[in-house]
Ligand binder design. Structure first.
Ligand SMILES: Cc1cc2nc3c(=O)[nH]c(=O)nc-3n(C[C@H](O)[C@H](O)[C@H](O)COP(=O)(O)OP(=O)(O)OC[C@H]3O[C@@H](n4cnc5c(N)ncnc54)[C@H](O)[C@@H]3O)c2cc1C
Length: 337
C-alpha cells in the first residue's frame, strides 16, 4: 500500500476535473483499510469509489482513500432466491452483467449505472422504476473513528429517494466494504412500464423479454440519451427531481399547466427537474467549457477544461433561475466537494 502525495484525481472523477489530493491511497482489503485509518488518525480523510457522483471544486486537503476491494460470490440460495455478496470496489455494471448471465433478477433496470458497489447504498441508486433498496439485504461498513465493523440492515439504512443514512446521520462516519443483495431465481418481478423500455423492446421485436433483453434495452436507451463520461465529462443527473407539496404544485400549475408531475402521495408531488431546467432556457447552453447537455437538461457537462467551480457556478445559476421562475428549489444529487 503506497500513499502518494499531490495526486491528480482527473482520471478518478467522471467529470474529468483536474483536482489534486493532498494524499492518495488505494486499498484492496479490509485489513489494509484498517491499517490506513489507524496509521493516519490525525489526518482528515475522503472516501472515493468510482468518482461518478461528485463534483470536485477544489483540491482535497485530505487523505483520499480509494476503495478497491474486489470479489463477488453467492452466499446462499433456495428454490426462489439467491443471496449474493459483492465487495465495495466491484464495478456496479459488471456485477449487474454477472447476475444477468446467471439469470438472477433484480438489477436489470439498473444496467449501465457507472460507479462501484460500495457507493450504491449511499444514494440508493435507481433507474427505470427500480432502486437498490428493492434488492438490498445488508452491508458491512467500517467505523472510521474506531475501525470496528458494523452491519447495516435495510431498515438501518433509512433509504429514500437518492437518500440513505450514509448521506445523513452517518455521513463521513462509515466506509462500506461489502453489500449483500437478494435476487430472484425464478418468477422475476419484471418492470418494463417505466420510460421507453417497452418501446425499445418492441423495436427489437421482443415479446416475452428475458432479463438480458431488459438489460439490453436499458443499455440501448441510456447510450442514446446520456453522454458517455469517457467522451464528455459528466456525473449523470446533476439535480434531484424536486418533491413539492400538493398545495405548492397547484399554485405553480395555474401558471404552468403543461408542467409534468408524478403524484407520490396524498400530500406530495414530484416534478421533473429536467423539464424545469429546459423551460428556464438552459438546455444546451454553454458557458466556456461548462455547460448543460443538448439532449439532457439534467446533465451538466465538462467540454474539456472546465473547473469544478465553473460547473458549480452554472448549477447555482440554474437553481436561482428555477427558484425565481417557478418558486421551486432544486437540490444537487451530485456530491459537491
Ligand atoms: C453517465 C452517468 C449516469 C448516471 N446514472 C445514474 C442513475 O441512473 N441512477 C443513479 O442513481 N445514479 C446515476 N449516476 C450517479 C452515479 O453513477 C451513482 O451515484 C454511483 O453509485 C456512484 O458510485 P461511485 O463509486 O462512482 O461513487 P463516488 O462518486 O466515488 O462517491 C459518491 C459518494 O459516495 C461516497 N462513497 C463512495 N464509496 C463509498 C464507500 N465504499 N463507503 C462509503 N461512502 C462511499 C463518496 O465519499 C461520495 O460521497 C450516474 C452517473 C453518470 C456519470
Amino acid at each position: 500500500m503506497q500513499i502518494q502525495e499531490n495526486f491528480s484525481l482527473k482520471k478518478y472523477n467522471t467529470f474529468g476535473i483536474e483536482a489534486k489530493a493532498k494524499q492518495f491511497v488505494a486499498v484492496h482489503s479490509v485489513a489494509d483499510l484498517k491499517t490506513v485509518l489507524r496509521e493516519n488518525k490525525s489526518q482528515p480523510n475522503f472516501i472515493l469509489g468510482g468518482g461518478s457522483n461528485m463534483l470536485l471544486t477544489q483540491d482535497i486537503q485530505a487523505l483520499v482513500i480509494h476503495i478497491d476491494l474486489k470479489g463477488k460470490k453467492i452466499l446462499k440460495e433456495d428454490n426462489d432466491y439467491v443471496w449474493i455478496e459483492s465487495q465495495a470496489g466491484e464495478n456496479w455494471h459488471e456485477l449487474v452483467l454477472w447476475t444477468i448471465d446467471q439469470n438472477f433478477g433484480g438489477f436489470e433496470n439498473m444496467s449501465l449505472i457507472p460507479g462501484n458497489v460500495g457507493a450504491t447504498p449511499v444514494q440508493n441508486i435507481g433507474a427505470y422504476g427500480t432502486e437498490i433498496k428493492d434488492t438490498f439485504v445488508s452491508c458491512e461498513a467500517m467505523n472510521i473513528a474506531t475501525q470496528q465493523m458494523k452491519t447495516f440492515t435495510k431498515d438501518d439504512c433509512h433509504f429514500g429517494y437518492r437518500e440513505s443514512i450514509f448521506k445523513q446521520e452517518a455521513k463521513d462516519q462509515f466506509i462500506i466494504t461489502s453489500v449483500v443483495f437478494k435476487l430472484t431465481k425464478r418468477n422475476h418481478k419484471i418492470n418494463i412500464s417505466y420510460g421507453d423500455i417497452t418501446k425499445e423492446l418492441e423495436k427489437q421485436d421482443v415479446i416475452t423479454p428475458s432479463l438480458k433483453d431488459i438489460s439490453n434495452a436499458v443499455i440501448a436507451i441510456r447510450q442514446s440519451k446520456l453522454p458517455d463520461p469517457k467522451e464528455l465529462g459528466n456525473s449523470g443527473s446533476f439535480f434531484k427531481n424536486p418533491i413539492i407539496s400538493k398545495e405548492k404544485y397547484e399554485k405553480v400549475h395555474i401558471l404552468h399547466p403543461e408542467m409534468p408531475h408524478y403524484v407520490i402521495s396524498e400530500t406530495e408531488v414530484k416534478v421533473p427537474a429536467g423539464w424545469l431546467i429546459e423551460r428556464a432556457g438552459f438546455k444546451g447552453k454553454r458557458f466556456g467549457d461548462a455547460g448543460i447537455h443538448k439532449n439532457q437538461a439534467l446533465v451538466l457537462v465538462n467540454y474539456g477544461n472546465a473547473t469544478g467551480q465553473e460547473i458549480l457556478n452554472v448549477s447555482t445559476a440554474i437553481q436561482a433561475t428555477i427558484l425565481q421562475k417557478f418558486g421551486i428549489a432544486i437540490e444537487a444529487e451530485v456530491n459537491v466537494i
